[in-house]
Design a protein around this ligand. Structure first.
Ligand code: PLP
Length: 383
């Protein structure tokens, strides 16, 4: 990239964010009704897991993504955990996912005693590759009595969890078709993709179940929080039941009908979230404007800015560039972070982590390529 272009990039980012102070990768913005709703929530004393903001949020969220039901949870990892449990994933099952993702995806699979299988991503979407998925299944698997069996391990492949990396939708329609043929349940990790659409349908609504996150660095935040979406009423009811300790509704008695989880989103977090949801459109406009600016700037320097893939509309949650090789990447990370602009490499591949190094995988050629080259650059909403 050269020292001169690195300096130009740092200057451009400071100019764009209108500051000479340290620029973080992604800061939340509280510019709407956040304080008002939080005060109202405190005054009501309903700060815990029952309250009107949880209900309002669930209704509004379902409307926005176009799903029939939404069930709020304490965080996105919990949403994924319960989504996989509802998909029927059990101990010793296998779940296909991508190695290029945040750790939560593989953690959630592991909580159920299941094992991830890592399949390669596409270069244009950075999400699970339908071609690689199909190839893996045709080479290694067979369907017997409606169950997808991995011939190498003899185990059942129960679910598949693609992820929409940085908000860029993966080829989810093709992935769904393949999963249907192979009797694999599709669960979407849409943690990063609120406001992202594939062919005008919201991400997270293609599979049987989808999970979103509202962690502090996501496009909107409740401090910590998550949500499960589904069109299946039975699953939705079950999601609510097992995230609220499986308590049988009763005015004063505590009776529970199974071992379950305390995963409900507190009303005080939901109050913040309802206010944030009101700002979503504005945030999306700002992020798209920033992407346009970055694209123009980087094209003049002959550096690859990562744009939304074909057939999709991205939320541009985290902006990213693709550098030439790992040396250039390291140079740029070093220079920018030293000069007050926070940048970050894409995740270390899951199969390289100690806990997952023995998991089955394909060649992961594209994932490796991206791992060595993709860098996230400041992406906060500019006021
Ligand atoms: C943020 C995120 C999650 C969920 O994270 P929480 O911090 O538990 O809300 C899951 N998957 C991916 C890909 C994420 O980026």
């Amino acid at each position: 990239m050269g020292k001169c272009n690195m300096q130009k990039t740092v200057d451009f980012i400071k100019e764009t964010f209108k500051t000479n102070e340290f620029i973080p990768l992604h800061e939340p913005r509280f510019i709407g009704n956040e304080k008002k709703y939080l005060n109202d929530c405190i005054d009501s004393t309903f700060v815990s897991s029952v309250g009107k903001y949880v209900d309002t949020f669930e209704k509004e969220f379902a409307k926005i993504v176009g799903s029939k039901f939404a069930i709020a949870t304490v965080n996105g990892t919990a949403a994924l955990h319960i989504s996989l449990l509802l998909a029927g994933v059990k101990r010793d099952d296998e779940v296909i996912t991508q190695p290029l993702t945040f750790i939560a995806t593989s953690n959630a699979i592991s909580y159920l005693g299941a094992k991830p299988i890592f399949i390669d991503v596409d270069l244009d979407t950075m999400g699970l590759s339908p071609k690689s998925l199909k190839n893996f299944l045709e080479t290694n698997c067979e369907v017997k009595e409606n169950i997808c069996i991995n011939k190498t391990t003899g185990k059942t492949i129960k679910a598949c969890v693609p992820m929409h990396t940085f908000g860029h939708p993966c080829k989810i329609e093709e992935i769904k078709k393949i999963c249907d043929i192979w009797n694999i349940i599709l669960v979407e990790d849409a943690a990063e993709s609120l406001g992202s659409f594939y062919k005008n349908k919201h991400t997270g609504t293609f599979g049987k179940i989808g999970a979103f996150s509202f962690n502090g660095n996501k496009i909107i935040t409740s401090g910590g929080g998550g949500v499960i979406v589904t069109d299946d009423e039975v699953l939705a009811k079950r999601a609510k039941h097992i995230t609220t300790t499986a308590k049988i509704p009763h005015p004063y008695e505590y009776v529970h009908d199974e071992i379950a989880y305390n995963y409900r989103l507190p009303n005080i977090n939901a109050a913040l979230l309802v206010a944030q949801l009101e700002q979503l459109e504005r945030f999306l406009v700002s992020k798209r404007e920033l992407a346009t600016k970055y694209k123009e700037f980087f094209s003049n320097l002959d550096i690859n800015f990562i744009e939304e893939p074909k057939d999709s509309k991205s939320n541009y949650w985290l902006q990213a560039i693709l550098l030439n090789d790992i040396n250039q990447r390291n140079e740029f990370l070093e220079f920018s972070n030293k000069n007050g602009v926070m940048t970050r490499p894409i995740w270390r591949l899951m199969n390289e982590l100690e806990m997952f190094k023995n998991c089955q995988k394909d060649d992961l050629k594209n994932a490796k390529y991206l791992e060595e080259r993709v860098v996230n650059i400041p992406s906060s909403v500019i006021l």
